[in-house]
Design a protein around this ligand. Structure first.
Ligand code: NAP
Length: 454
């Protein structure tokens, strides 16, 4: 067995999973490594740029860590390169010992109910990508002339969407929200927002700081129907088992919300539990005008986890806009196996096949916060480095310089990390002039033109 002179790694996807993995590989001294980080868009950071809510500026500070990785010797960024069209997996295999996909979960789950695809019913992920200026979503329109909106699901994405809908114009104007979204939200006539959980407060997926923040919005009163935070025996037993340390506090926060009366803020945010949408009802033009809900009760599943079971009690909620926020979903990667049920690439600690790996959401599913990707990356990096030490996996036939020439030939508008830094400075300078953290460039053409390459 001979150790490769330097292990050459390609990571596909420059979100947190990709950057944390690059850091793990480059920060060790055992195996010499070079990393090329590929990204389909010109801009790096994935969901930190396009997922984290614009009013959560501090969470985005994690990019400072990524920027330190980007200046490590042996790191290259290849932005605006679509693996699958500009270069194939076979091309990459000729140039790298190891390839790791960190492409995340790029689509959304469906509720599977009649009317789900009516006009004015949207995946929350699209609304998020739109207000964050993702170039693929700038052309979406959301009818904010309606007064009542429902967000289905009680995860952190649902909370983000509800909060952005409830923020005042002044609050939004201090963020890096996309300029067109700021205009649209300024003109919003939304007065009531509903967050709909199919199970109870104990099982709610949102985290405590996020739900607490909903009670501190200057522009919206928050409300929870008291009977929906009264714990049933299944929830009480779950709470008593103490497996989820955050649950007691969560219940306390929600109970406090349920005691509040209206304080005269212009919007009302209602958090509901134990209800599931069963149908979206159309108006005469085929757009949502109401949602039919069924009341649920909780039953203990075989594993002890509470499951929502529909009762025979129904109600109609008049809402003109629906965001389904029931989770992201991974997409198959050509050339790699795919588990349709879990929507992940099946793997063993990140290993998929000799020389092929996964990390992040496409490895474990769309769970956890940004930092969860760090231990996940450590596990994948351990597998990759062990394989390199053991000489497992194929050896590339082409040199490290050959791939850059090939890429530049296939994609003349390739974006390097210094290119991104130039764009970053431009965005922050433009933002500063308006008293905002940055003014995002939201089209790929504009980005390339701004780099003087259009
Ligand atoms: P999530 O945390 O998995 O929440 C999905 C929600 O949808 C759950 O409440 C789930 O209820 C519900 N749901 C699923 N299927 C449903 C159905 N058919 N009908 C009704 N409700 C349904 O997913 P997410 O909100 O998309 O977030 C993804 C990940 O990103 C999470 O780990 C989240 O914490 C993270 N994130 C973090 C932040 C932050 O830290 N600020 C912000 C955004 C996202 P059940 O529990 O009953 O299945």
């Amino acid at each position: 067995m001979t150790l490769p002179e330097a292990l050459r790694v390609a990571i596909i996807g420059a979100g947190p999973a990709g950057f944390f993995l690059a850091e793990k590989l480059l920060a060790q001294n055992d195996v010499p490594v070079s990393v090329d980080l590929y990204e389909r868009l010109p801009t790096p950071y994935g969901l930190v740029r396009f997922g984290v809510a614009p009013d959560h500026e501090k969470i985005k500070n994690v990019t400072r860590q990524f920027d330190k990785t980007a200046v490590r010797p042996g790191f290259r960024y290849f932005g605006n390169v679509d693996v699958g069209s500009h270069v194939t997996l076979d091309d990459l295999r000729r140039h790298y010992h190891q390839i790791c996909f960190t492409t995340g979960a790029q689509t959304d789950r469906h509720m599977g109910i009649p009317g789900e695809d009516l006009a004015r019913s949207h995946p929350a992920t699209e609304f998020v990508a739109w207000y964050n200026g993702h170039p693929d979503f700038t052309d979406r329109t959301f009818d904010l002339s309606v007064e009542r909106v429902a967000v289905v699901g009680v995860g952190n994405v649902a909370v983000d969407v509800a909060r952005i809908l409830c923020r005042t114009e002044e609050e939004l104007a201090e963020t890096d929200i996309a300029p067109y979204a700021l205009d649209a939200l300024r003109a919003s006539r939304v007065k009531e927002v509903y967050l709909l959980g199919r199970r109870g407060p104990v099982q709610a997926a949102f985290t405590n700081p996020e739900v607490k923040e909903l009670g501190e919005l200057p522009g919206a009163d928050v409300r929870v129907p008291p009977d929906e935070v009264t714990l049933d025996p299944v929830s009480q037993a779950e709470l008593d088992r103490g497996e989820d340390h955050s649950a007691p506090k969560k219940v306390e926060i929600l109970r406090e919300f349920s005691t509040r009366s209206r304080a005269g803020r212009s919007r009302l945010l209602t958090i509901r539990f134990l209800v599931s949408p069963v149908e979206l009802l159309p108006d005469g033009n085929g757009a949502v005008q109401a949602m039919r809900l069924v009341k649920n009760r909780l039953v203990a599943g075989k594993d002890g986890a509470a499951r929502a079971e529909p009762t025979t009690e129904f109600e109609e909620l008049p809402v003109g806009l629906v965001f389904r926020s029931v989770g992201y979903r991974g997409m198959p990667i050509p050339g790699l196996p795919f588990d349709e049920r879990a929507a992940i690439v099946p793997n063993d600690g990140g290993r998929v096949a000799p020389g092929l790996y996964v990390s992040g959401w496409i490895k474990r599913g769309p769970t956890g916060v940004i930092g969860t990707n760090k231990p996940d990356a450590a596990e994948t990096a351990t597998a990759m480095l062990a394989d390199a030490r053991n000489g497992a996996g194929p050896s590339p036939s082409e040199s490290r310089t050959a791939i850059e020439s090939l890429l530049r030939q296939r994609q003349p508008a390739l974006v390097t990390f210094p290119d991104w830094q130039k764009l970053d400075r431009l965005e922050t300078e433009r933002g500063k002039a308006l008293g905002r953290p940055r003014l995002k460039v939201t089209s790929v053409e504009e980005m390339i033109a701004a780099l003087g390459r259009g």
